[in-house]
Design a protein around this ligand. Structure first.
Ligand code: BGP
Length: 474
């Protein structure tokens, strides 16, 4: 058997993409509520277009999403039926601290997570909790400038103290920031940052990055103090870069692009800023405020395990290249003609998954946990409402095979695997509902029409069998 007996099979979601109920039970407004579906979304999530309140003429999908807030029992029952060993979800910060800077949390918001966690435990499903998945209370964005402000580290610590104490003995696996490296690509979504005219973007971004790294180390410290059983992980959007050609400049370009992605994990896993980053700051005249105490905090509080999302690989080129790029998952990358693409133009690369897993494991030698992988596709229910999603089954089977090789043939230590969007939800990149990842179909369209009824797709039974056979029966 390739996978360990207690391998954690399951699925993953994020609060703002599924919960809805954006203003229920005292929840405050969050950055992610304000990302509309459609063309302007990209400008908003990247911080180029300020949207600090709902505006007419836009549809904001996170407001209701798939209303998991009111459907969680039904949804968890379906996860249990598939045999989930774990379920990865995130806490909406603004449910717990509606403004972010209060002293006392919102009891009603916490109650929702109490119930959700108890419901999971009822079925022996291990909660895997992302503390922040692209969300920050809007009050912290408006009043403090989001993660550019060091004060936000304290507010995040307050949040951590509350949840680690409250869920002590119930939740063991934590993730501090979803895809922390996305801060560089989608600053508003990743860190509540909008740019002012003429600002030095890199200065702002790397200072905010330092604050998130500090907050992550502080969270790790608090988690271990509250309960030594706690396991705290970091999380990156992964995918190795292949050189466009064997030309040394392209190879170097691919190498450094990988390193740009790994920068955050380097700090979280090793506990210090790598020299290449310090040199980069120096060369570009960036003045990143890092105190001696900060260095100590980072050094003493490295993560216990490493998690990542994997959707595709990318292509790296030399600085001198004029190669055209295409957009894929908010990254700009030259096309890889050897790979098939999804309906949204994302390359499909199962072997690249094995390469990526190995490259991360080689570098850190810590247990890995794949917490996102999956295929975003348009599903067409037949007359009976059934979705025969063989394309999704094939995609996942091909990727799981490669993960299996990484474990069985390469000896990578792997804790678990959660597919992204185990139930259909709102897409982070586009805000669309029609970009579906789930084993469970949700009747809802891009603009909020539909009954919200849940139904099993073909992949539901397939994944059930994968879990029951511990990954043998693909
Ligand atoms: C990751 C995010 C998720 C998720 C996924 C799929 O970057 O962590 O939140 O949505 O990508 O992306 P998309 O929803 O754009 O298809």
């Amino acid at each position: 058997m390739a996978f360990r007996e207690d391998f954690l099979w399951g699925g993953a979601t994020a609060a703002n993409q599924c919960e809805g109920a954006y203003d229920v039970d005292g929840r405050g407004l969050a950055n992610v509520d304000l990302a509309p579906v459609g063309e302007d979304r990209a400008a908003v999530v990247t911080g180029q277009r300020k949207m600090f309140d709902f505006e007419d003429g836009y549809f904001y999908p996170a407001k209701e999403a798939i209303d998991m807030y009111h459907h969680y029992k039904e949804d968890i029952a379906l996860f249990a039926e598939m045999g989930f060993k774990t379920y990865r979800f995130s806490l909406a910060w603004s449910r717990i601290f509606p403004k972010g800077d209060e002293q006392e949390p919102n009891e009603k918001g916490l109650e929702f997570y109490d119930n959700l966690i108890d419901e999971l435990l009822k079925y022996d499903i291990e909660p895997l909790v992302t503390i922040t998945h692209f969300d920050i209370p809007m009050h912290l964005v408006k009043e403090y400038g989001g993660w550019r402000n060091r004060k936000v580290v304290e507010f995040y610590e307050n949040l951590c103290r509350v949840i680690f104490n409250r869920y002590k003995g119930k939740v063991k696996y934590w993730i501090t920031f979803n895809e922390i490296n996305m801060l560089l690509h989608a600053p508003f979504m990743g860190a509540g940052i909008c740019f002012e005219e003429g600002e030095n973007r890199e200065q702002v971004l790397y200072q905010a990055a330092h604050h998130e790294l500090l907050a992550s180390a502080a969270a790790t410290k608090i988690a271990h103090e509250v309960d030594s059983e706690n396991m705290v992980g970091c999380m990156m959007a992964s995918g190795v870069h292949y050189p466009l050609t064997p030309k040394p400049e392209d190879v170097w370009g691919a190498y450094t692009s990988d390193r740009d992605n790994l920068f955050f994990i380097d700090v979280q896993s090793r506990g210090y800023y790598p020299n290449y980053a310090l040199k980069f700051f120096e060369r570009n005249g960036l003045d990143i405020k890092i105190t001696e105490e900060d260095k100590e905090l980072l050094r003493e509080n490295t993560v216990d395990y490493i998690t990542f999302s994997y959707y595709n690989t990318r292509v790296g080129v030399g600085d001198d290249s004029n190669e055209e790029t295409v957009e894929s998952n908010l990254f700009q990358t030259p096309d890889n003609p050897y790979l098939e693409k999804t309906e949204w133009g994302w390359p499909v690369d199962p072997l690249g998954f094995r390469t990526t897993i190995n490259s991360i494991y080689d570098r850190y030698q810590k247990p890995l946990f794949v917490v996102e992988n999956g295929l975003g596709a348009v599903d067409k229910p037949d007359d009976d409402g059934y979705v025969a999603d063989d394309y999704r089954i094939n995609y996942l089977a091909d990727h799981i095979k490669q993960m299996k090789d990484a474990v069985e043939l390469d000896g990578v230590e792997m804790l678990g695997y959660t597919t992204w969007g185990c139930i259909d939800l709102v897409s982070a990149g586009t805000g669309e509902m029609k970009k579906r990842y789930g084993f469970i179909y949700v009747d809802r369209d891009n603009y909020g029409n539909g009954s919200l009824e849940r139904s099993k797709k073909k992949s539901f039974d397939w994944y059930k069998q994968v879990i029951a056979s511990n990954g043998e029966d693909l």
